[in-house]
Design a protein around this ligand. Structure first.
Ligand SMILES: Cc1ncc(COP(=O)(O)O)c(C=O)c1O
Length: 400
């Protein structure tokens, strides 16, 4: 009998983790590597949040909790949704998990049947299609092109929906493009969804607070209240509060769905780390004052990277509204040969040659479902970004 599950044949390991691993190996071998692959802020978790965790340990809050979160955190989450998004949820409509990743996974595991489809705009966060496959469903990829600033058009959404569509996954600001949908752009999509009452909406709002130049964040259930009863609004503390390692994500939605997600979690991981839950209470209820200065820093870095990349012949880099990624196109470099003799057949060949010849690690666009592009994470120091973009400029100038 075959040891491994047949389901496993349907999924691939995370390509972003593969790039990070390759860069780490080269670094360990003594190479001068600059990693632009990280999906996390480069600053430390704020002190008030760390203090709350230490206080939780000191007061013995170190035991099992209710499976999908302590009442205090669920209450803080309800208040956050009201304060930031104008959404009314009761604690019984809230689920807390080990990162947004587990929340998304639970929701798919709790709802997908064989043959059912999930519409995913590309470029997408690498885990969406594989999570759908693991849950037994079929990802349906809807392209959001450079010409449309990487935002799905209502026509493209309409074309992707079939009678078998169970979910539409929406992510704004986006990983990997940073694209954020304005209220009007989102309304265009929610109008389509209103015409298809069998489609549920999974809104991944992980980068809500990382929005720049006055961009006004909005989420589907807020823009179209008629979708409230079939929307799961997902968020977390990883990105805005630099808490990636604490592993707390959450969602709110209809009680029936939240209950089904709880069932999955109760038979897999049980409650997310108790200490992290208390830290997350402080993240949501405590001061939000450090978000604005962090965003100023991110805007400065984004502008630096975009201007240095757009100065390259053959590279086009739109200015994104949020997150800490840019997703330049390298259409003008395809078919050329690098100074080191590598043929740039596609974006994977570009990223491999760039890493080998210059030591700059980026993730190739095919990993995110839209080519020929690459993703730069600018959650690193200005000096490292300047040096890395300089090396990318030199590498591209050497491609003939
Ligand atoms: C779009 C998106 N959604 C969800 C997540 C999951 O975040 P976490 O599990 O740390 O909450 C990430 C992390 O990279 C992400 O980029």
């Amino acid at each position: 009998m075959e040891l491994l599950s047949a389901t496993l044949d349907r999924v691939k390991p995370s390509p972003t983790i593969a790039v990070t691993t390759k860069a780490a190996e080269l670094k360990a071998a003594g190479r001068d590597i600059i990693g632009l692959g990280a999906g996390e802020p480069d600053f430390d978790t704020p002190q008030n949040i760390k203090d709350a965790a230490v206080a939780a340990i000191a007061s013995g809050k170190t035991k099992y909790t209710p499976v999908d979160g302590i009442p205090e955190l669920k209450q803080a989450i309800c208040e956050k949704f009201k304060r930031d998004n104008g959404l009314d949820y009761k604690p019984s409509q809230v689920s807390v998990g080990t990162g947004g990743k587990q929340i998304l996974y639970n929701a798919l595991m709790a709802t997908m049947n064989p043959g059912e489809e999930v519409v995913i705009p590309a470029p997408y966060w690498v885990s969406y299609p594989d999570m759908v496959l693991l849950a037994g469903g079929e990802p349906v990829i809807a392209p959001a092109t450079l010409e449309d600033d990487f935002k799905l058009t209502p026509a493209a959404l309409e074309a992707a929906i079939t009678p078998k569509t169970k979910w539409f996954i929406f992510n704004s600001p986006s990983n990997p493009t940073g694209a954020g949908y304005s209220r009007d752009e989102l309304k265009g999509l929610t109008d389509v969804l209103l015409r298809h009452p069998h489609v549920w909406v999974m809104s991944d709002d992980m980068y809500e607070h990382l929005a720049y130049d006055g961009f006004e964040f909005c989420t589907p259930a807020q823009v179209e209240p008629a979708l409230y009863d079939r929307t799961l609004t997902v968020n977390g503390v990883s990105k805005a509060y630099a808490m990636t390692g604490w592993r707390i994500g959450y969602a709110a939605g209809p009680e029936k769905l939240i209950g089904a997600m709880r069932k999955i979690q109760s038979q897999s991981t049980s409650n997310p780390c108790t200490i992290s839950q208390w830290a997350a209470v402080e993240a949501l209820n405590g001061t939000q004052d450090y978000i604005a200065p962090n965003n100023e820093m991110f805007v400065r870095r984004r502008n630096l990277v975009v201007s240095m990349l757009n100065a390259i012949d053959g590279v086009t880099c739109p200015v994104p509204e949020g997150a800490f990624y840019v997703y330049p196109s390298i259409a003008g470099l395809i078919g050329k040969t690098s100074a080191g003799g590598a043929r740039i057949e596609n974006d994977e060949a570009f990223a491999t040659a760039l890493l080998e010849e210059t030591g700059v690690a980026v993730v190739f666009g095919a990993a995110f479902g839209l080519s020929p592009n690459f993703r730069v994470s600018y959650a690193t120091s200005d000096a490292a970004l300047k040096e890395a973009c300089g090396r990318i400029q030199t590498f591209c100038a050497g491609c003939v």
